[in-house]
Design a protein around this ligand. Structure first.
Ligand code: GLU
Length: 255
């Protein structure tokens, strides 16, 4: 299977922006094992801005130049971490930084697809992020949930997994409604479902449930199944890849 896995900042780093070593090591171990089993993995990883801020010991930046500076520092830290951890399992990673323009322009999109396909053929694991150091708001995809869905769509993936700090989509906001129940499967994204998704996100990342539903719309419309699951339990990926829970699975529309 060709699988795109998006990792949110809250999975990779603590709220102060420092690397969550345990989560990240366990994730890379599981990814490496899935790659060994013959799957083709593509990782869309957030964390550049959050980890850059953590490394420079500044608060999460709000203004554009500081965000871009933090991304520049954090992207190094991110790739250094992935490269080191994947190398321990004998896997090679490649960095791909993109902006919205790379998806909107046919020639650039083709170049991006060609590079990604070649990396997959070479059994390299692409690690994709927005090029935050140059992407201003107008030319940014904006959040990596959408980025993950775009990559899954254009690379004709079988599955997109969004790993975050939530277990999936609930019948109400579980932070404020303890009786809220997890929705295991979604076959149609209805307006009622969209109303369930508040705009909230964590302190370090950008994507909340609203961007995840937008990603689900994009992915399922392209025939790709999408799962929202908690990144704190990397072992769950085996079961997700096998077509089971945990999390919320959005069923891709088959053509
Ligand atoms: N590209 C951003 C980063 O690496 C993250 C975007 C997101 O969290 O969706 O910090």
């Amino acid at each position: 299977m060709r699988i795109v896995i998006k990792i949110g900042t809250s999975t990779l780093a603590y709220p102060n922006g420092r690397l969550n070593i345990r989560h990240t090591e366990e994730l890379v171990k599981t990814f490496s094992d899935l790659q060994n089993a013959g799957h083709e993995l593509m990782i869309v990883s957030s964390g550049a801005i959050g980890m850059g801020a953590g490394k420079m010991q500044i608060d999460r930046p709000q203004d554009m130049p500081t965000k871009q500076a933090a991304a520049s520092v954090g992207q190094c830290e991110l790739m250094y971490t992935y490269d080191r951890l994947f190398t321990a399992y004998n896997h090679t990673v490649g960095q791909i930084l993109v902006t919205r323009e790379d998806f909107n322009d046919a020639r650039r999109l083709m170049n991006l697809e060609n590079t990604l396909y070649r990396l997959l053929q070479l059994r390299v694991i692409p690690i994709i992020n927005e090029n935050d150091s140059v992407a201003t708001e107008e030319i940014a995809v904006g959040d990596n949930d959408t980025m993950g869905a775009l990559v899954a769509k254009y690379m004709r993936a079988d599955l997109l997994v969004l790993l975050s700090d939530i277990d999936g989509l609930y019948t109400a906001d579980p932070h404020t409604h303890p009786e809220a129940e997890l929705i295991p499967e979604v076959r149609e994204i209805t307006p009622a479902l969209e109303a369930l998704a508040g705009g909230a996100g964590s302190r370090l990342g950008t994507g909340g449930m609203a961007t995840k539903l937008m990603a689900a719309r994009l992915a399922t419309g392209a025939g790709v199944d999408m799962v929202i699951a908690n990144g704190a339990d990397p072992m769950a990926l085996y079961s997700i890849v096998a077509g089971h829970g945990p999390g919320t699975r959005f069923i891709g529309r088959r053509k």
